[in-house]
Design a binder for this molecule. Structure first.
Ligand code: SAM
Length: 232
């Protein structure tokens, strides 16, 4: 049996998104970083999440192919039927996650995205992949849009602005089922990173402190780090 993620209709969308990223992202990131000025440590620290999303509206920042396939694999392993994605961008990770939900027998993926342009694009991409019956992409700030969910969460992908990841995890915590998986996509190397990397520290600290009810490991993948956590 061929998995949904390898069906031609899905592969075509993923390939198109990858091509767009290859053509646009490097230049977009370079421009954004030079706009941040020489004060690397203060990179966009005083910029609101929405303004920053607007500045980054043409940059995909999508999960690499290997991470996408890992998302699919983890969602299958976990037999996830309820998935939340913080940070949808153009929908690359959404497609991997929704493909897994399809192959798990159905369910839902709720994504969220601050940039209205990206929301429209992501919805069209998910639709083109034949997965829109499973996916609800909500426009706006995740801390608002994810307050109501269709059920308990089997898998949570944290891939929005890092400074909001911990507050979002805390918001969703009551809805994470025991044994659910939390995947935090790491940041690229500083030269290609549009946010201050230290903004991830509080999240990692929280997930690795066993008194908070997670077991968490760091997986280096393609030079980036993914934090893989299970809700105990
Ligand atoms: C790294 S990209 C996500 C990439 C996506 N997961 C993929 O693999 O294609 C981060 C995205 O999160 C969005 N974002 C950041 N903070 C957000 C928030 N508070 N609410 C909703 N979206 C947010 C940004 O606009 C940006 O498009």
């Amino acid at each position: 049996m061929i998995s949904t993620v390898h069906r031609p209709q899905v592969e075509a969308v993923l390939a198109r998104l990858r091509k767009r990223e290859d053509e646009n992202d490097a230049e977009g990131v370079r421009k954004l970083i030079s706009a941040a000025g020489p004060e690397y440590e203060n990179r966009f620290r005083n910029t609101s999440p929405a303004t920053f999303a607007d500045l980054a509206k043409d940059i995909s920042m999508a999960v690499p192919k290997e991470t996408g396939e890992l998302l699919y694999l983890l969602a299958r392993l976990n037999q996830a039927n309820g998935i939340v994605e913080f940070g949808t961008s153009f929908g690359m990770s959404t497609v991997y996650l929704a493909a897994a939900v399809r192959d798990n027998g159905g369910g839902w993926v709720v994504g969220t995205e601050l940039s209205a342009d990206k929301v429209a694009d992501a919805r069209a991409n998910v639709d083109e992949a034949g997965l829109s019956d499973l996916v609800d992409i909500r426009a706006g700030d995740a801390l608002e849009t994810l307050r109501e969910l269709p059920g308990t969460v089997d898998l949570l992908l944290l891939d929005g602005w890092p400074s909001q990841s911990l507050p979002l995890l805390r918001l969703l915590e009551p809805k994470l089922r025991t044994g659910s998986v939390v995947i935090t996509d790491g940041l690229p190397d500083p030269e290609h990173c549009v946010v201050d990397p230290s903004t991830m520290d509080d999240l990692y600290e929280y997930l690795r402190d066993r008194t908070n009810g997670y077991l968490s490991v760091c997986l280096p993948i393609l030079g980036e780090e993914i934090e893989l956590s299970i809700r105990l």
